[in-house]
Design a protein around this ligand. Structure first.
Ligand SMILES: *[C@@H]1O[C@H](CO)[C@@H](O)[C@H](O)[C@H]1NC(C)=O
Ligand SMILES: *[C@@H]1O[C@H](CO)[C@@H](O)[C@H](O)[C@H]1NC(C)=O
Ligand SMILES: *[C@@H]1O[C@H](CO)[C@@H](O)[C@H](O)[C@H]1NC(C)=O
Ligand SMILES: *[C@@H]1O[C@H](CO)[C@@H](O)[C@H](O)[C@H]1NC(C)=O
Ligand SMILES: *[C@@H]1O[C@H](CO)[C@@H](O)[C@H](O)[C@H]1NC(C)=O
Ligand SMILES: *[C@@H]1O[C@H](CO)[C@@H](O)[C@H](O)[C@H]1NC(C)=O
Ligand SMILES: *[C@@H]1O[C@H](CO)[C@@H](O)[C@H](O)[C@H]1NC(C)=O
Length: 569
């Protein structure tokens, strides 16, 4: 029961818990009655777009353009195909209300549609003579869940800064990441969606007051992986100027795969399709409704509890004459300096996926299985190739648990939580930061997000209180997340101050490529002195109640991982 709740709460059912999905135009999120009744209109090179007004947490009025299609609806013949950009709109685009999420499991009232390739633009000003830095946010959710809609990526904090915020949807799960590794489905359509959205920004963002020469791509978790991949992708080159990767990385363990054939087969089996050739799989999956495809997600977690967290991933594409998003393993590209390097902010939270320990330790069946079948379960839960040696699997167990048998107690909770966090997020991010600070000619800023505030993506079931700095928690101070958390109102609380700090850091980084305060007019950052990470000193910033600078983030814990996966930084 708990396992289901933890899983469902993080990824799925929570969508629509406070469903405000079918809001009417004019009664948009955060917009008080007093604002202009005239909808804002922007004339872009692609056509005329009508938006709506919103208000930030500090009361600033800004323009919101939501649910603009940037590519043709990926339906019918276009399902499983690369995105087809929309270059010109016919008539005025109504972007005054929220668009849909891409197919995923959600409550019936939540707006989900396969016609979901939409972009949202939030701007304080469409006519500034000095264009503003643009923050382009790629949402989290493991490449199989969540959305860029304003209930999961709300603009009400960042728009207190002079930035233009862009959020997007991209196709998810099988609809976005089916890759059979042959010409029928070489993979990465969801990533190609992101590229088409970045191209849309290049063409149109100036009309919204944004600077096409100052784009910061940002993302958490799957979005963080995406940011790193754009830096090595031949398709994304030149479309952005800074990057922020929060809490995930495509580097560290095994090399990237060339296909996800196993997931294609599994999807086929879930929907009673033949699974004996990629042609058979794809032609059958074409006949299924998007709802059947979206709703099948929970059936993919059939190996051990709700593990592994990660399923679909971008792949290295073999050459079939298509435009390829990834041509080489990302770590190899970084080491060879084959990347479009930009100033890069990289982070992990203190506790990441620590809460994954609870459903295992509190379920006797899962607990016994993990203890008794460690060699089978460890690769699943900690996302490693099943063929890693027994010796390495035991070494990992020894490093985290010593000789202890796991039990439902505090020591095991801490140790297993650490192992989940380090394996899924911590070590891969560590490797990315260490590669980038050595091979990128641009500055790398590394941080640990340690603040435990009034809300967290994991709140204890009994007390409803946060118990750690969990995966995604830094997003709480950058975006309103009205699907789940109340807005952090302006006050003297630490949480409120942290909204000002985090948005100031993002603003400075987007504008200057450096998060440090530029002048005395930023009192919220007055005690911030954040040195870039270099290969010899490896300093990083801890963001807690206050700022502090440290060295060698969690390096002792990652030693065992570097023995299992030797790194040649
Ligand atoms: C414990 O886990 C097993 C295997 O995933 C599952 O079938 C069972 O329902 C779980 N028990 C409880 C009480 O959640
Ligand atoms: C900017 O927005 C205003 C207010 O909606 C609108 O009247 C004007 O046409 C817009 N300017 C451009 C260049 O689109
Ligand atoms: C641009 O904005 C300024 C101040 O916000 C306003 O005075 C001016 O009329 C606007 N110009 C246009 C063309 O919308
Ligand atoms: C796949 O299975 C179908 C029916 O089960 C069969 O007719 C067909 O020959 C098989 N194709 C391959 C490539 O094995
Ligand atoms: C384990 O599998 C990976 C790919 O899945 C392969 O690259 C590697 O060589 C294999 N290692 C061993 C020891 O078989
Ligand atoms: C949490 O909320 C309470 C009540 O508003 C407030 O007193 C407290 O300072 C908040 N805590 C943080 C860390 O902001
Ligand atoms: C210092 O801050 C003020 C107010 O935000 C701004 O007008 C000024 O341009 C800033 N100076 C520099 C060097 O950025």
């Amino acid at each position: 029961m708990l396992a289901r709740c933890v899983f469902v709460c993080l990824f799925v059912a929570v969508l629509g818990c406070r469903s405000n999905s079918h809001e009417k135009p004019g009664k948009t999120n955060g917009s008080p009655k007093t604002v202009s009744s005239e909808d804002p209109i922007t004339m872009t090179p692609s056509g005329t777009i009508r938006g709506s007004w919103m208000r930030t947490r500090r009361g600033r009025q800004f323009q919101a353009y939501r649910g603009i299609r940037y590519a043709e609806p990926p339906v019918g013949e276009l399902r499983f195909q690369p995105p087809k950009p929309i270059l010109q709109y016919q008539g005025v685009v109504d972007a005054s209300k929220e668009g849909p999420a891409c197919p995923l499991p959600a409550p019936p009232t939540y707006y989900v549609d396969e016609d979901c390739l939409t972009i949202n633009v939030y701007t304080p000003n469409n006519n500034s003579t000095k264009p503003l830095p643009v923050i382009f946010f790629i949402h989290a959710g493991g490449f199989y869940s969540m959305t860029g809609r304003s209930d999961l990526a709300g603009p009400h904090y960042l728009l207190d800064r002079d930035v233009v915020l862009v959020t997007i949807n991209y196709r998810l799960a099988t609809l976005g990441f089916l890759s059979t590794g042959d010409a029928l489905a070489p993979g990465n359509n969801g990533m190609k969606d992101q590229v088409v959205a970045l191209r849309w920004v290049q063409k149109n963002i100036r009309a919204f007051g944004g600077d096409p020469g100052l784009i910061t791509i940002t993302g958490c978790s799957a979005g963080s992986i995406s940011v790193m991949l754009h830096m090595v992708s031949p398709m994304s080159k030149g479309l952005f100027h800074r990057g922020i990767s929060m809490s995930a990385s495509p580097t560290g363990k095994e090399s990237s795969r060339y296909d996800m054939y196993d997931l294609a087969v599994k999807q086929a089996e879930i929907l009673n399709c033949p699974s004996n050739s990629s042609a058979a799989i794809i032609s059958c999956l074409r006949t299924k409704s998007f709802k059947e495809l979206g709703d099948s997600l929970p059936k993919f977690f059939d190996q051990f509890g709700f593990d592994p967290v990660g399923l679909w991933m971008p792949v290295v594409e073999r050459e079939f004459g298509q435009e390829r998003f990834l041509v080489k393993d990302p770590a190899e590209s970084i080491k060879a300096g084959e990347m479009y390097a930009v100033p890069h902010m990289i982070s992990q939270t203190t506790d990441e996926f620590f809460w994954k320990a609870f459903p295992v330790l509190k379920n006797q069946t899962l607990l016994d299985t993990m203890n008794n079948e460690w060699e089978r379960v460890a690769p699943i839960s900690f996302q490693m190739s099943p063929n890693i040696s027994s010796e390495n699997k035991l070494k990992l167990r020894q490093a985290y648990f010593g000789d202890k048998t796991l039990a439902n107690d505090d020591v095991s909770t801490k140790a297993l939580g650490r192992l989940y966090g380090d394996s899924i997020i911590g070590f891969p991010v560590h490797v990315m930061a260490n590669l980038m600070c050595r091979h990128s000619p641009q500055k790398v800023f590394y941080y640990e997000f340690a603040h435990v505030g009034n809300h967290s993506h994991y709140e204890a079931p009994t007390t409803k209180k946060p118990v750690g700095a969990a995966h995604h928690d830094d997003l709480i101070y950058l975006f309103t997340l009205s699907y789940r958390f109340p807005t952090i109102e302006v006050s003297d609380t630490l949480d409120s101050k942290l909204v000002d700090k985090m948005t100031a850091i993002w603003y400075n980084f987007a504008k200057y490529g450096d998060p440090n305060p530029v002048n005395a007019s930023q009192p919220e950052l007055s005690n911030l002195r954040w040195p870039p990470m270099t290969s010899d000193v490896r300093q990083y910033l801890r963001i807690g109640g206050d700022f502090s600078v440290h060295e060698k983030m969690f390096e002792n814990r990652f030693k065992v991982w570097e023995e299992i996966y030797p790194q040649d930084y």
